[in-house]
Design a binder for this molecule. Structure first.
Ligand SMILES: *[C@@H]1O[C@H](CO)[C@@H](O)[C@H](O)[C@H]1NC(C)=O
Ligand SMILES: *[C@@H]1O[C@H](CO)[C@@H](O)[C@H](O)[C@H]1NC(C)=O
Ligand SMILES: *[C@@H]1O[C@H](CO)[C@@H](O)[C@H](O)[C@H]1NC(C)=O
Ligand SMILES: *[C@@H]1O[C@H](CO)[C@@H](O)[C@H](O)[C@H]1NC(C)=O
Ligand SMILES: *[C@@H]1O[C@H](CO)[C@@H](O)[C@H](O)[C@H]1NC(C)=O
Ligand SMILES: *[C@@H]1O[C@H](CO)[C@@H](O)[C@H](O)[C@H]1NC(C)=O
Ligand SMILES: *[C@@H]1O[C@H](CO)[C@@H](O)[C@H](O)[C@H]1NC(C)=O
Ligand SMILES: *[C@@H]1O[C@H](CO)[C@@H](O)[C@H](O)[C@H]1NC(C)=O
Ligand SMILES: *[C@@H]1O[C@H](CO)[C@@H](O)[C@H](O)[C@H]1NC(C)=O
Ligand SMILES: *[C@@H]1O[C@H](CO)[C@@H](O)[C@H](O)[C@H]1NC(C)=O
Ligand SMILES: *[C@@H]1O[C@H](CO)[C@@H](O)[C@H](O)[C@H]1NC(C)=O
Ligand SMILES: *[C@@H]1O[C@H](CO)[C@@H](O)[C@H](O)[C@H]1NC(C)=O
Length: 527
């Protein structure tokens, strides 16, 4: 008993560790770098947007102008207005440490985006939960932006260089900027440090003892009629392998890619008509085009379900990148995306499309992984970011908000005892009433078992008819040849994983292992 429980725990732990990263969490921290618009002071509209994945989710945003913490239901979004700017109370040239952060916490998992809108300038960012942040980030090279300078001594706001904004969420932390302009700062929980990135000093990376978030930002990177617009990108944490980033051609007009990792650092112009649509790095890869800094999504971080936020009164669209042979099976909410026009990504197996968005929604794939960006514009001013990931594992049923639980209970015992053992784990002896679920479960079981196992089906002692514990109708049956036999040959159903998961009737007192299961909760579910 003890040993089987231990095994179960180990199995669970391994599954959890193998889960690639999503953007759902219960604790987030945000800053709003000042969106200066130097010559036309207007207050920015700074907002945090939250989407709940479960019913009865309580969200707290601090500091906030509203007094109550709202309770949200599944798929409900709520925006919070924030009268908060990183540097409002500091002189714009005086750099250093600030306490102007916004904490977002909840009692169940949520996804969070930050928005800063000031006239035509829109900035959006996906927040990474504090428990999924990294400790090392490569600093990209600074793009050349006309009308700006690299010299911090000029002391004119819009002519200042790029900035590095380092947010320390939870523990007292020492943060070091490495490279030719090395420096180090100790930050308390909830503190932010802001510093210049003059390109000639070549800062290479930021490293901290505890996890941090790092933003790369310029307060006046876009200019219209002598008014400044902010550009900000969240840097991705350093990776320990080189990964490939497919670049969607829709975005690559007049673009360059800013690359930085342990070995190299370059800002290279990107021509979608002649260059291969893939760049490689083990660190940061950011697409820059006038008005937009967009963190690129590597192949290894493709996912299967995304939460989509739209900015009111702007043109919003999603850009989807997927393997050529996986363009079917993409859903927007409950509807299949079928009339898309796909464009090849030169020199790759990928294609991309753009999809016009009119409201917040969920985009998911029923059988493979993809990359989704949410971008938009008004006039020539662009904004955008990678869409927040809800799930990384494709599921034919919809968009799961947690992982399904499938476990072989490896004590051999009778059917009735197996039922009880699953219940003790808060799971059910599995009901397999649908052929797609049968295939899905069989493939998973074959990875670590070839046993005969109890499933949640038996005969009614009154009528002799087979029924599922879930009360689902008995159809799509998968009996082995000659099965089931007569009523007196067996009252309970077992499944032989080795024999293509076919079923047989067995004496309920025979001893077999059993399959315990609980399906995921879904944000969108189609079957
Ligand atoms: C969530 O709440 C809505 C209405 O408040 C209800 O219809 C729905 O069944 C609930 N969903 C879950 C998973 O409990
Ligand atoms: C910022 O300055 C305003 C007035 O200039 C003041 O009311 C506010 O309390 C200050 N905020 C902080 C965090 O110091
Ligand atoms: C700009 O500001 C810095 C620090 O505030 C100061 O050291 C420098 O002399 C100033 N430069 C000019 C040209 O005023
Ligand atoms: C945010 O959270 C940090 C760490 O828990 C805390 O030190 C800080 O005071 C909080 N700030 C606000 C504005 O709530
Ligand atoms: C720039 O200013 C002129 C004159 O005030 C105005 O007509 C024009 O629409 C402005 N352009 C933009 C892009 O805002
Ligand atoms: C780096 O790679 C090693 C070996 O592949 C792996 O064990 C480790 O977890 C990786 N670390 C990170 C931070 O990804
Ligand atoms: C690309 O740059 C050229 C020259 O600067 C400009 O004429 C053109 O409109 C730009 N295209 C886009 C899509 O921004
Ligand atoms: C995914 O959806 C497509 C289009 O409806 C369908 O042809 C395919 O069978 C689905 N895949 C799975 C695994 O359900
Ligand atoms: C989106 O795709 C359509 C059809 O391919 C194209 O006409 C349109 O220009 C695209 N939109 C953007 C913003 O690229
Ligand atoms: C997302 O990650 C969390 C761990 O932070 C995990 O508990 C959750 O199951 C993941 N969601 C999905 C759909 O796998
Ligand atoms: C296993 O069963 C599936 C249907 O459940 C069937 O399509 C497949 O051909 C079977 N494979 C073998 C080797 O019998
Ligand atoms: C989720 O909410 C959005 C509005 O925010 C709505 O358009 C969409 O249909 C909802 N999706 C589901 C599956 O309820």
């Amino acid at each position: 008993m003890t040993s089987s429980l231990l095994l179960l725990l180990l199995l669970a732990a391994q599954t959890a560790a193998a889960d690639p990263v999503n953007n759902t969490g219960t604790s987030f921290i945000a800053v709003f770098p000042e969106n200066i618009a130097y010559y036309h002071p207007t207050n920015p509209q700074n907002q945090i947007w939250v989407t709940a994945l479960y019913n009865a989710t309580t969200v707290t945003v601090s500091p906030t102008s509203s007094t109550s913490s709202p309770q949200l239901s599944v798929n409900q979004s709520q925006s919070f207005d924030l009268d908060q700017e990183l540097m409002r109370n500091l002189s714009v040239e005086a750099f250093g440490v600030s306490n102007s952060v916004v904490n977002i916490t909840s009692d169940k998992q949520i996804v969070v985006q930050a928005f800063s809108i000031k006239k035509k300038s829109v900035q959006t960012a996906v927040l990474v939960p504090t428990d999924k942040l990294g400790t090392k980030y490569f600093i990209p090279p600074v793009p050349v932006i006309s009308g700006t300078t690299d010299d911090p001594n000029v002391n004119v706001t819009e002519r200042s260089p790029f900035r590095l904004i380092i947010i320390n969420p939870t523990d007292t932390n020492t943060v070091t900027v490495k490279g030719s302009a090395a420096s180090s700062v100790t930050l308390q929980p909830g503190q932010v440090s802001q510093s210049w990135v003059p390109n000639n000093q070549v800062p290479r990376w930021v490293e901290a003892e505890k996890p941090i978030a790092v933003l790369f930002s310029h307060p006046c990177a876009m200019q219209t009629n002598c008014t400044c617009g902010l550009l900000t990108a969240m840097l991705p944490p350093a990776r320990n392998q080189t990964v490939r980033f497919p670049v969607p051609s829709v975005l690559a007009q007049n673009a360059s890619v800013l690359l930085s990792d342990g070995g190299s650092r370059e800002a290279k112009p990107f021509n979608p008509d002649s260059d291969s649509a893939v760049v490689q790095s083990s660190g940061t890869a950011i697409l820059y085009r006038p008005g937009l800094l967009l963190t690129l999504i590597p192949e290894t971080e493709f996912a299967s379900c995304f939460s989509i936020f739209t900015v009111p009164s702007k043109t919003n669209f999603a850009i989807i990148v997927v393997l050529k042979d996986s363009t079917s099976g993409i859903y927007v909410g409950n509807s299949l995306l079928d009339a898309a026009v796909w464009q090849d990504l030169k020199g790759t197996e990928y294609v991309s499309t753009n999809y016009s968005l009119t409201q917040n929604t969920v985009i998911w794939h029923n059988s493979s992984k993809m990359a989704v960006y949410v971008v938009g514009y008004e006039g020539s001013d662009w904004f955008g970011n990678p869409a927040p990931v809800i799930s990384t594992t494709p599921d034919y049923r919809g968009c799961p908000v947690n992982a399904e639980r499938l476990t072989v209970y490896n004590t051999s015992q009778g059917w009735r005892e197996s039922l009880q053992s699953c219940q003790n784990l808060n799971l059910d002896l599995i009901s397999l009433s649908e052929s797609r679920l049968q295939r899905h479960v069989c493939l998973k079981l074959q990875q670590d078992s070839d046993q005969k196992v109890w499933i949640g089906m038996r005969r009614s002692s009154k009528t002799g008819n087979w029924y599922w514990l879930s009360r689902a109708p008995v159809r799509d049956t998968n009996w082995g040849s000659g099965e089931p036999g007569r009523v007196d040959e067996g009252q309970c159903a077992a499944m032989s994983v080795r024999s293509n998961c076919t079923w047989s009737d067995e004496d309920c007192c025979s001893a077999f292992q059993s399959v315990c299961y609980k399906e995921a909760d879904y944000l969108v579910r189609i079957n």
